[in-house]
Design a protein around this ligand. Structure first.
Ligand code: FES
Ligand code: FE
Length: 427
């Protein structure tokens, strides 16, 4: 493997403990280097197993800018292949999703089965005996690993394992999935996508920014609290929640202290009493009364996994960079297997009520990203301030992960993301 060219960029200068440079969001050379060092090397979330439930099912995605196919074969094994014909490089599959036992390249007709093996070559007499089909199967992602149905891939053959990469975030994925009375989530309700003219890192940082909700999303927060709880005690200075740097670029807004203070979730679940009784009973059957109560009181965790996966409320979101100043975010509502129908219907509608084109929250964030990107054109002083709460964060030994915890409105989470970013970019 060719060695990586030495970087022309001094990341230690651009990323300091209390400030970062705006250049990190618009420099095309930095973006190119991120593709090599982060997207095409680190663990990246790709798809959920429930998106390809049946033999022949497939979805197409990108890892960084590289097109891939996730398919399930007749033996129910999942494969992750590069969507690139081995003849002259055409993409062999054009659809977002579908069911097919083979992928036939439209250009000269080379055909691959859903395991990626080359099974058909038109006018085969044009190749002599030295041409062996076995050598021309679709390329595979060197490393693929899954946790609770979430499929991650790394395009590098070596590096930390997925377990090592996830660290304490693995337990948070469990917390999200355990809300299902069958211990499984299903991603089969389509996807809500929005694009913005801005750098991908803004969506990642924003996902765990506890400073902005009461301000940027003031109207939405007031509406969601319905006067029941004091907004200040949830996302304000008076909040008892934490911002946590979990290591490896994973970060969390831990609302548990707020939930327990209010004796349950701050935003009350929007389903009927009967449904609630039915759901609780199903949870108790699986987990026992005590554990079920703990899972329900905790509710869904709010966190991100570097570089592209975010869990907030009912869905997970996936960040897809398009270019240095263009990004798409995909929202996948996750349905709880075994939960009453009404709950899953709510989870689905809440996704578009909150994040759809006329939603209460996401349009604010998108506007903020695009204004940021315009602001970065002003380059007389390029520094962005990242020091909020630096003086009051503490080493967080709960759970033994050695992370750092700050006040919920502090930039502990963003500093964690940038610390990992700098480590990866200077490796
Ligand atoms: Fe695919 Fe020629 S490029 S068959
Ligand atoms: Fe927001």
């Amino acid at each position: 493997m060719a060695s990586m060219p030495t970087s022309q960029v001094n990341y230690r200068e651009l990323i300091q403990s209390d400030r970062i440079s705006g250049r990190l969001y618009y420099d095309a050379a930095i973006f190119a280097e991120e593709l090599e060092k982060i997207w095409h090397r680190e663990w990246v979330y790709v798809a959920h197993e429930s998106e390809v439930p049946e033999p022949g099912d497939y979805v197409t995605r990108q890892i960084g800018l590289q097109p891939v196919i996730v398919s399930r074969d007749e033996d129910r094994h999942v494969h992750l292949m590069l969507n690139r014909c081995m003849h002259r490089g055409n993409t062999v599959c054009q659809s977002d999703r579908g069911n097919s036992h083979a992928f036939r390249c439209a250009y000269h007709g080379w055909t691959y089965d859903n395991r990626g093996a080359l099974v058909g070559v038109p006018y085969a007499a044009g190749y002599d005996a030295s041409f062996r089909k076995q050598e021309f199967g679709l390329a595979k992602a060197p490393r693929v690993s899954a946790h609770r149905g979430l499929i991650f891939a790394s395009l590098s053959a070596s590096g930390p394992t997925l377990d090592e990469h996830l660290g304490p975030a693995k337990r948070l994925i469990d917390q999200f999935v355990d809300l299902s009375p069958e211990g499984e989530v299903e991603v089969r309700s389509g996807v809500l996508k929005h694009s913005y003219k801005g750098n991908w890192k803004m969506a990642l940082e924003n996902s765990v920014d506890g400073y902005h909700p009461n301000i940027l999303h003031h109207a939405a927060m007031a509406m969601m609290m319905k006067g029941k709880n004091d907004m200040e005690s949830v996302f304000g200075e008076g909040s008892e929640a934490y911002a946590r740097d979990l290591g490896n670029g994973a970060a969390q807004l831990d609302l548990n202290p707020v939930h327990s203070k209010h004796g349950g979730r701050v935003v009350a679940p929007a389903w009927s009493k009967e449904t609630d009784v039915e759901y609780r009973a199903a949870m108790e059957r699986r987990y026992g009364a005590e554990r079920a109560e703990k899972i329900l009181a905790g509710g869904p965790p709010h966190f991100c996994i570097f570089p592209n996966l975010i869990f907030i409320l009912n869905q997970f979101r996936v960040i897809q960079p398009i270019g240095v100043e263009e990004t798409v975010v995909c929202y996948y509502p996750a349905l709880l297997k075994g939960a009453p129908e009404e709950i899953n219907r709510r989870r689905l509608t809440e996704t578009y009520l909150i994040h759809g084109p006329a939603g209460r929250v996401a349009p604010d964030d998108i506007e903020a990203y695009e204004r940021n990107q315009v602001g970065f054109r002003a380059r007389v002083n390029e520094w962005l301030v990242l020091r909020r709460g630096l003086h009051r964060e503490v080493k967080d030994d709960r759970g033994g992960n050695g992370g750092i915890a700050g006040h919920e409105t502090d930039e502990t989470t963003q500093r964690g993301i940038w610390r990992h970013y700098r480590e990866v970019m200077t490796r």
